[in-house]
Design a protein around this ligand. Structure first.
Ligand code: PSU
Ligand code: MN
Length: 299
């Protein structure tokens, strides 16, 4: 079955084996407000081009998986308030029903892998939520990293999550968690989480080799490259913690569940920090795009 539509730019790049970096779209539709979401998405694509790779923003439009979006498709999606949030569980039904949706880290990995793309830049992956022992809320992103062969560059796991449990889960699933140029695992809005990352690498070529070696070993799944937010843009953990706790308790009171939890928390944190968290989110995304483009040179 032919499920993928490519933009000419991405199609040519893949045919000519040029470096390509996949980008998710849930950060656009569910992670940032209009119109900041559109300018972020456009800037991220440009940063990837400036670093000698081709960006492929992935989404589902009217039941077709798009590998790369045109300027007008990107704008339509950024404005679309009804776009679904698609993870592994939702993709097939969305295609059959010819709906439009943004892909999470998990769904983007599936589509990128089908398209033959090896590197993917996002903001932060989903993980094990605080209170998961009661809610059982664990992102499908973690299982996807264990199954689908992409190198995913993220600024660690969002501080709204239980980071120790997220790291334990990744270890159980056999996902390499590699901090870039530091020993600590980063916490999205802050460069440090207080926890050591299981692995550290300082060299993009070696990161690309680790991807290749994993495949040569016949080990399923991808690897997570945790790239700390640049220090000038980080928000101190102590500043953010009370805000995160407030957002979580509001979510509980409003009975926000399942897919709605992460978008709700991100939105409340943007509001409660007067947009400071949005700036940090944008900057770490740019930083991840740049690193992903550099890794893609070697794959
Ligand atoms: N990182 C961001 N903003 C986001 C997300 C990640 O900076 O909006 C999205 C990603 O698409 C990720 C999803 O896959 O949140 C995780 O959602 P959940 O916790 O429901 O699995
Ligand atoms: Mn969840």
């Amino acid at each position: 079955m032919n499920l993928l539509d490519y933009t000419p730019e991405v199609k040519t790049a893949l045919e000519q084996k040029q470096p390509v970096v996949a980008l998710e779209s849930t950060i656009i539709t569910h992670g940032m407000p209009w119109p900041d979401n559109l300018s972020m998405a456009q800037n991220v694509e440009q940063i990837i081009r400036d670093n000698f790779a081709v960006p492929a923003t992935i989404a589902v439009l009217d039941g077709r998986i798009k590998i790369g979006l045109s300027q007008s498709e990107l704008e339509q999606l950024a404005k679309n308030e009804n776009a679904l949030k698609l993870s592994r569980a939702d993709l097939a039904v969305c295609l059959v029903q010819k709906k439009t949706g943004a892909t999470t880290v998990a769904a983007t990995m599936i589509a990128a892998s089908l398209a033959g793309i090896s590197v993917f830049a996002t903001g932060g992956i989903g993980g094990v939520h605080k209170d998961a022992e009661n809610s059982f809320d664990i992102s499908a992103d973690l299982q996807e990293l264990a199954q689908t062969p992409l190198t995913v560059v993220a600024a660690g796991a969002k501080a709204i999550l239980d980071i120790p449990k997220t790291l334990e889960m990744l270890e159980t699933l056999g996902v390499p968690v590699i901090s870039y140029k530091q020993s600590e695992f980063p916490a999205f809005w802050s460069a440090n989480s207080g926890l050591k990352a299981p692995l550290r690498m300082d060299n993009t070529k070696e990161i690309a080799s680790a991807h290749t070696y994993r495949r040569a070993l016949g080990i399923k799944g991808g690897q997570l490259v945790a790239n700390p937010i640049p220090p000038t843009h980080e928000i101190a953990r102590d500043t953010l913690n009370p805000i995160i706790n407030q957002a979580i308790s509001e979510a509980k009171q409003a009975n926000i569940l399942a897919k709605d939890v992460t978008p709700f928390l991100l939105r409340r944190i943007f509001e409660l920090t007067d947009g400071e968290s949005l700036n940090a989110n944008r900057e770490l995304m740019f930083n991840n795009a740049k690193l992903a483009a550099k890794i893609a040179q070697f794959l």
